[in-house]
Design a protein around this ligand. Structure first.
Ligand code: NAP
Length: 233
């Protein structure tokens, strides 16, 4: 069965993807900031059905030492799918006139630098797998064309930059047959998406995994919506 490495797997879409992959028999490497406090992941680990499929690792995606430890722990294990899911909405840097530097720095570190470093750290594991897929969770809010309302400065900018990074990686890793995509998960009812979101975590996770499973080299470098349609940059 395939294996998946997911960041920010303790809640929201990351947790939903873990559940979906586990239910389909995948090997799941879940990372989160505080495994000991991640009650949903702990419950899954204690569920006899999943004990052998699920490993949980501590990873604040801004922490280089934890990233090195994760690399050491995973060694040469093939990783079919790397999902850079961890993200911050950077609300304090949303409005014009409120350029909060700390918030910007966190947004750049989490939404942009971390996926870049994760790709660099685990590219060999992905290359050694069967599916060879890197999926970076971006957002329609990173689309210039779709920006009809302004605001969300740090979130939009870091997701747009993640899109740019993904396209470069898609070109650079093509010779290794690695598919690198940016995916918009839909508007999902999570802490970030809020209660008005159009999709439940379960719906979004099921659709995301389907999208990932049917990805081919022709999708590499693309910005795809949850239904598989292309989003304009
Ligand atoms: N929900 C939506 O409607 C929507 C729409 C478009 C795109 N997205 C994207 O989808 C992804 C997941 O979103 P979500 O809605 O599930 O968000 P969420 O419910 O707010 O969850 C965010 C996840 O990211 C983790 N995270 C934040 N900073 C981190 C750090 N420094 N190190 C490690 N993990 C960190 C959080 O961990 P903690 O619990 O430790 O904070 C949490 O697990 C994000 O990249 C988001 O931009 C979501």
């Amino acid at each position: 069965m395939p294996s998946i490495l997911i960041t920010g797997a303790n809640r929201g879409i990351g947790l939903g993807l873990c559940r979906e992959c586990l239910s389909q028999g995948w090997t799941v490497h879940a990372t989160c900031r505080q495994p000991e406090k991640s009650r949903h992941l702990l419950a899954l680990q204690h569920d006899k059905k999943y004990t052998s499929q699920l490993s949980v690792y501590p990873l604040d995606v801004r922490n280089s030492e934890q990233l090195e430890s994760l690399q050491a722990a995973l060694g040469n294990s093939p990783i079919d799918v790397l999902v850079n899911n961890a993200g911050v909405h950077a609300k304090k840097a949303s409005q014009f006139g409120h350029c909060d530097e700390d918030t910007w720095e966190e947004a750049v570190a989490v939404n942009l630098l971390a996926p870049m470093k994760m790709m660099e750290c685990f590219v060999d594991n992905v290359a050694d797998s069967k599916m060879k897929i890197i999926a970076n969770l971006s957002s329609k809010m990173g689309s210039m064309t779709d920006n009809n309302s302004g605001g969300s400065y740090a979130y939009r900018a870091t997701k747009a930059a993640l899109n740019a990074v993904t396209v470069s990686a898609a070109h650079d890793l093509k010779y290794r047959d690695i598919i690198v995509m940016v995916l918009h998960p839909g508007w999902v009812r999570t802490d970030m998406g809020g209660p008005q979101g159009e999709l439940s975590v379960e719906q979004a996770s099921t659709m995301l995994l389907k999208l990932i499973q049917r990805a081919s080299m022709s999708d590499s470098g693309k910005f795809l919506d949850i239904d598989g349609t292309e989003i304009p940059w």
